[in-house]
Design a protein around this ligand. Sequence first.
Ligand SMILES: Cc1ncc(COP(=O)(O)O)c(C=O)c1O
Length: 453
Amino acid sequence: MAASPSIHLVTEIPGPKSRALVARREAATPPGAAKLTPIAIERAHGAVVTDVDGNRYLDLAGGIGTLAVGHTPDAVVGAIKEQVDKLIHMCFIVGTYEAPVALCERLNALAPGAFPKRTVLMNSGAEALETAVLIARSHTKRQGVVVFDGAYHGRTNLTLAMTSKFNLFKKGYGPFAPEVYRLPFPNAFRRPAGMTAEAWVDWHVGNLEHSFTAIVDPSHVAAVVIEPVLGEGGFIPIPAPFLQRLRQLCDTHGMLLICDEVQAGMGRTGKLWACEHAGVVPDILCTAKSLGAGMPISAVIGRATVMESPHAGGLGGTYSGNPLACVAALAALDTITDPAFLARAVVVGERMRAGLLAIQARHPRLVGDVRGLGPMLAMELVKDPDTREPWLEATQAVNAATLQRGLITIRAGLYSNCVRLLPPLTISDAELDEAMTVLSASVDAVAAALGVA
Ligand SMILES: Cc1ncc(COP(=O)(O)O)c(C=O)c1O
């Protein structure tokens, strides 16, 4: 017997109550506060979201990668409920309590690298990245930070300097923090015509040496900061040889390697950490998003010798180590570190990739690329598969079309022309199949409307 569908729409989308609440939002908040869909949410569980009009959606945005363990997972909800009566906030600067201690111990043990580690907890991805850079500067007594094309590291002044994609994130906001140097990396989809993917990677690996002469001298560089899979940049996995060469260069020149696993970590790629795919061990690893199952928390985990460099009192924040966020993270980690969870994440990825490749096979003119690592997958939409000219409007149309059919999807990419999929990794086969059927029908409809079917 076929499972009953999860998606259930009872009004037009957005419905009247969504429209009313979104109108209030628009009157109360500035347009700069980003808003990707016109729906207002009442509740969510697992992969299913219910809006204020009673419409049920499947969620492949997953809080922009925050919900590896799904919406309101019982274990996380239970842990928060148990904690909330005891202690909501004290401030880890003022007193010590167990949840953040246990979380730091746990993350020290889980992060890659057979060396002593220390963890400092923060509240957001941006804060984690900024803190990691401060620690690296303190340790190396150097100032330079090397980042890459397409990077997204956050919206504080330093992390905006480190972030790519000027128009959406940086326009009008300068001056940005100095001493940030940006390098290219091998994006296979955008390689020159006639060049093999391997030659493209080789060229960039070779170019690293040149960059550390032409762009910045390594003796000036505190840290190289890289997302092992670009998130906002379009779900582009950094080729393993490139990451491995970076590791070598860091070792040779005393630069620290910082992996930004805010989006790609916590099982999102089918391994706990994305850098594991390349066998690369960073000096500092930043994680957030799915760490807290939706609670605002991030972590900077690193070599003890590095992490102990800032002076006593030089790190911290009022809410860092908040007990509710920490018990949520401990419960989420129980799930994510279960080998069965990660094995399932791999299967989710394989199933989704097959679905995306089938869509591409039907629409080779529109779907230029299907890529990602494990279940962190996206498809890039183009006007022409030969020129690979990005097609932003087609991507917006697909996101809108899926929503009209009860599937929440969002975009990504330097050109905002990728449909990225970040499902709860707890999603069932039936839910995933339903989602991929809707995505497929949506691309069909958009391709037909744009005359590229
Ligand atoms: C790779 C990466 N780093 C940093 C950030 C910033 O995280 P936050 O929005 O929590 O500040 C993000 C957010 O999308 C991210 O994807």
